[in-house]
Design a protein around this ligand. Structure first.
Ligand SMILES: [Fe+2]
Length: 178
């Protein structure tokens, strides 16, 4: 998945200045609120995320429906991780704090279908880029699937702002990691 992320990052600059190339979604049915832009990439998708702070115990603990890899561009967050292939939320076994900057080139993958996690930004939003591959057959909570189809889009102004912010952070990342 890291190779897929690398390919997506190489293509990303050509997509960051045209809002018409992106779908948007305001993922606000459960904390943390996530403003999401996404588009097709290879046989999966690329997502740009702005994730807002929330309380440690209110953050959604969730599995992913597909393998994914992330570059966290900026922000400080707590993350809690567990593993379980069943429907029940697993015991969460690891908790850590991450402080990401564009210079740090902080990347990680979730490429095991049994993985669950939560992300709890602190002090301000976290900006990240995620790529996902084809869907796994693993079980996903019904509420996630049902609600995803009813979420609203972001305003055109907000889409432009997000693209501008990500473009600025990604340019910083590129300069620092050239
Ligand atoms: Fe996630």
């Amino acid at each position: 998945m890291l190779a897929r992320l690398e390919r997506a990052l190489a293509a990303l600059p050509q997509w960051l200045h045209d809002p018409d190339l992106w779908y948007s979604m305001d993922v606000n049915y459960h904390p943390p609120r996530v403003e999401r832009l996404y588009r097709k990439f290879e046989d999966g998708r690329i997502f740009l995320h702005c994730i807002y702070p929330c309380g440690r115990d209110e953050a959604l603990i969730h599995p992913h429906p597909w393998p994914s890899a992330m570059l966290v561009l900026s922000g400080r967050y707590r993350t809690i991780v567990g593993a379980g292939a069943q429907r029940k939320r697993p015991v969460m076994v690891m908790e850590s704090m991450v402080s990401a900057t564009p210079e740090a080139d902080y990347r990680y993958t979730m490429d095991n279908p049994a993985g669950w996690h939560s992300v709890i930004p602190e002090g301000g939003p976290v900006y990240s880029i995620m790529v996902a591959g084809p869907r796994w057959s693993r079980w996903i909570p019904e509420e996630t699937l049902a609600i995803a189809g009813r979420l609203t889009t972001l305003t055109p102004n907000r889409v432009s702002e997000l693209l501008e912010t990500v473009a600025g952070l990604y340019a910083q990342h590129q300069r620092a990691n050239a």
